[in-house]
Design a protein around this ligand. Structure first.
Ligand code: PAJ
Length: 286
């Protein structure tokens, strides 16, 4: 069947209910639109694994701590619909802000601890907005599976914790980060980079790769690893780092001594554009 566009919660629910009566398993891929190859990887995986796929397109005002970032967020509904149709998506749910928030919400989902470092420190309120909208989308679609990118590892850790703590009966599927050949992770915000900025932005991946290399060659001190990564970033004076942390892959808290698998996460500013990325690293035994 062809792609259908649901603008209201009632339409989305009716689509899912009809799919359920046909015995199909339901997948959701939550997005903010401006879809790129990274989103496409989530969508393709969902289509391969589920009978009925709903992609949500909603730029959620609750999760933007910067009004300029919200008003400048790229939109391209027709291109997004085309990408979804080509991949075999069943329904795109693209509600208006009024549909999702007909009045100021008095109920929020606050996940503590996991939300505190990194993005939580630099974007106050961001994860509260993310967890709240994702909980709403989960209640609207009631999927069996939900697809998220490793690109936003802390977001995924927050949602994983919410799903566990609040007993959502949903399997979360983590999809590896899709990158350009330069290593730059695909992101809707890359559209805002000038040609020169795009070249400088590779500093982010280069620093993460250096940190991974140092960890895998046996360095256990997070301070030493971070200093090496900082040297790479310093080669790109046009870029400023907000944080570069080596964290526990589950609770996302910075660690000092690396004894097992970790995640290295970094946020930079290139001009006015803020970019985040992360990689895993595992020290080799012995
Ligand atoms: P958005 O930034 O549009 O991302 C939607 C999903 O695509 C997220 O799970 C994100 O991790 C994933 N993604 C983005 N770039 C990727 C890449 N290069 N490779 C693999 N996956 C990638 O994240 C959000 O929207 C919002 O916070 C949302 C969860 C929809 C709640 O509003």
């Amino acid at each position: 069947m062809n792609l259908r566009l649901a603008r209201t919660i009632a339409e989305a629910r009716a689509e899912v209910a009809a799919a359920r009566t046909r015995g199909l398993s339901i997948a959701v891929v939550p997005t903010m639109g401006a879809l790129h190859t990274g989103h496409a990887a989530l969508i393709e995986r969902a289509c391969a694994e589920s009978g009925f796929v709903v992609v949500t397109l909603f730029v959620n005002p609750l999760q933007f701590n910067d009004a300029g970032d919200y008003s400048n967020y790229p939109h391209n509904l027709q291109a997004d619909l085309d990408l979804c149709e080509e991949r075999g998506v069943d329904v795109v749910f693209a509600p208006s802000v009024d549909e999702m928030y007909p009045r100021a919400t008095r109920t929020h989902v606050d996940v503590d601890t996991v939300t505190e470092p990194m993005e939580g420190r630099f974007r106050p309120g961001h994860f509260r907005g993310v967890a709240t909208v994702v909980a709403k989308l989960f209640h609207i679609v009631q999927p069996d599976r939900a697809y998220f990118g490793e690109k936003d590892a802390q977001q995924l850790a927050v949602i994983r914790r919410m799903v566990d703590d609040l007993n959502f009966s949903i399997k979360l599927v983590e999809v590896p980060t899709v990158r350009e050949t330069s290593g730059l992770a695909m992101s809707s915000r890359n559209q805002r980079l000038s040609e020169a900025e795009r070249q400088w932005a590779v500093a982010l991946y280069k620093a993460l790769e250096e940190a991974r290399r140092v960890i895998e060659s046996g360095e256990a001190s997070a301070a030493v690893v971070k200093a090496r990564a900082a040297e790479v970033l310093a080669e790109y004076p046009q870029v400023s780092a907000e944080y570069l942390e080596i964290v526990d892959p589950d609770d996302m808290h910075p660690i000092e001594t690396i004894t097992g698998p970790v995640r290295i996460a970094c946020a930079i500013l290139v001009g006015k554009t803020r970019l985040i990325d992360n990689v895993r690293a595992t020290p080799h035994p012995g």
